[in-house]
Design a protein around this ligand. Structure first.
Ligand code: HAM
Length: 427
């Protein structure tokens, strides 16, 4: 077989119909759940000013940008995430809008990533964000949307979990452990990578980058072996600052429990999130087996809107990609079988019936049915084979004798049963 002279770029996907079917299956579920929670759909341009991402997103994403200078000399970038666009769009119009704003989008995003399982250079990402509400109820609502997005696709608490944390609480814990103010950002970076780092390397980083003594570093690493609510309470419960932050996180978990989603939620202070703009509760959804990368990530970002020049509004939201999710659905046998389907396939016995066949096909399409027929003259056998290939539910056979009697024959492709339909019914 001849291969095309043009290979697809690495990290990009083609979507022939059988693959597009999975993408649609996922996106339709995302859309249904968004609407169930009262979110409105929006979109923005796939190309944005480069400046929107530099600093605001953080070094990791900035290093992965598809960026170039356009013909007008502007520095531009393909969108690597939706949140800065959302902040920019609302910056122009949020003042006149009633709050909270609940918006969702399903953009295709572009990141020049190192090739690895679950990471491509483009992906579709469901974003759902609540803007203009700082109550922890908004944080809980957003995580519930993400969890329900996965439940809608057939996944259960046996398949995935949400690991949740709060950067404000983490900050107090690090302070309590002796991390200086100007080393907090470095310490956040180390905690974020803790699970992918050997312990001695983490200890060395905590000493050199976060400024801790060796014993303090060890104590902190011990704490992060089980950084849940109980561990925080035992180790740091006597500190008022920790208590205040812990209380909010407890309310968050309680709200999700009240919704019946408690079994999905695990507090784990090792979740920091790589993006620079998060200011409060953060979370990531993972498969239970822990084999795949994060399916979803999000959190509160109360200063981003102001940072891009808009009304200072608190915000919280998430992004869920289609790549890791597709892998998990495949592993769990939750991808619907791909099948072509058509309501009717119109078969003409000979060329003379062609005009009548065209008329019938078009009348049925006008009524909303899906209809196809052979585009060139073919034997009846070939036409019937084509009907089967296309998944037709019924074949309408247009023959001279039937037409003379004012009808066509409808054959059910499943049962083989036949009935006559009057032409008057097909006009
Ligand atoms: P993020 O963690 O960078 O967050 O991405 C969210 C999800 O998108 C990831 O968990 C992953 O499923 C998917 N994803 C990201 N990059 C790739 C890739 N290269 N290939 C395949 N899938 C990928 C954000 O983007 C935030 N803007 C989310 C957010 C919205 N926070 C608040 N609102």
């Amino acid at each position: 077989m001849a291969t095309s002279a043009f290979a697809r770029l690495p990290g990009f996907r083609d979507f022939p119909p059988e693959d597009l079917a999975l993408r649609s299956h996922i996106q339709e579920a995302w859309r249904r759940v968004s609407r169930r929670y009262g979110f409105l759909e929006y979109d923005g341009p796939p190309l944005e000013p480069l400046e929107l991402y530099v600093e605001k997103s953080g070094a990791e994403i900035a290093g992965q940008l598809y960026a170039f200078t356009d013909k007008g000399g502007r520095e531009v970038a393909m969108r690597p995430e939706m949140t800065p666009s959302l902040a920019r769009i609302l910056g122009d119009r949020s003042r006149g809008m009633s709050k909270p704003i609940r918006w969702f989008a399903m953009p295709q995003l572009f990141r020049y990533e190192r090739q690895q399982r679950g990471r491509l250079r483009e992906h579709f990402q469901w974003n759902a964000d609540i803007v203009g509400e700082d109550d922890v109820a908004a944080d809980a609502e957003v995580l519930a949307v993400a969890i329900d997005g996965l439940r809608e696709l057939g996944l259960t608490a046996a398949d995935f979990r949400a690991r949740v944390s709060d950067r404000r609480l983490l900050r107090e814990v690090l302070r309590a452990q002796g991390v200086a103010e100007d080393r907090l950002a470095a310490a956040f970076g180390i905690i974020d990578k803790l699970e992918r780092m050997p312990r001695d390397k983490a200890r060395a980083a905590l000493v050199t980058d976060a400024g801790l003594g060796a014993a303090e570093a060890d104590a902190l690493l011990d704490f992060f072996d089980s950084a849940d609510i109980a561990a925080v309470q035992t180790r740091f419960g006597d500190r008022d600052e920790v208590g205040v932050e812990l209380e909010r996180l407890k309310q968050y978990v309680a709200a999700l429990t009240a919704m019946g989603l408690g079994e999905y939620v695990e507090v784990d202070l090792r979740i920091v999130r790589g993006l620079a703009y998060y200011t409060g509760i953060v979370f990531e959804l993972f498969d239970r087996q822990g084999e795949l990368r994060a399916i979803c990530g999000g959190g509160r970002y109360d200063r981003l809107l102001e940072l891009v020049g808009g009304e200072p509004l608190p915000a919280v939201g998430f992004g869920m990609g289609d790549v890791v999710l597709g892998e998990l659905l495949a592993e769990r046998g939750l991808i619907p079988a791909y099948a072509r389907s058509l309501d009717y396939f119109v078969v003409s016995i000979s060329a003379e019936q062609r005009p009548e066949a065209l008329r019938i096909a078009h009348a049925l399409r006008d009524r909303g049915s899906s209809v196809a027929y052979s585009l060139k003259e073919q034997s009846v056998t070939k036409q019937l084979k084509a009907a089967a290939r296309e998944g037709a539910r019924e074949v309408l056979i247009v023959g001279p004798d039937e037409l003379a009697r004012g009808c066509v024959v409808a054959r059910n492709m499943g049962s083989g049963g036949e009935r006559e339909i009057a032409l008057s019914e097909l006009s």
